[in-house]
Design a protein around this ligand. Structure first.
Ligand SMILES: [Zn+2]
Length: 85
């Protein structure tokens, strides 16, 4: 599920680092530029899951609003089809 986003920016030098293979939860990614500890794999997975959930939620909310707007425009464009009160 998280295979496509395995790039992590180093918090110290902002260098791009990548997880390789199949890391254990306790594995720590070391920056290949400045040798600092970037993030632990279980923390990385948790962050990735949270970002993915936020992204999906944002997409869902946006599509919901655009669908409502499209419906509203259709109703306003065809007043004769409005339900009678
Ligand atoms: Zn670094």
């Amino acid at each position: 599920m998280f295979q496509r986003t395995r790039k992590v920016a180093c918090p110290h030098c902002n260098g791009a680092n990548f997880w390789h293979g199949n890391p254990r939860p306790t594995d720590v990614l070391s920056c290949r530029y400045c040798d600092a500890d970037v993030i632990r794999y279980d923390e990385y997975v948790e962050q990735a899951a949270r970002h993915e959930a936020e992204r999906l939620l944002a997409e869902f909310v946006e599509s919901d609003i655009s669908r409502d707007l499209a419906h509203l425009k259709a109703v306003l464009a065809t007043p004769e089809q409005r339900p009678c009160q």
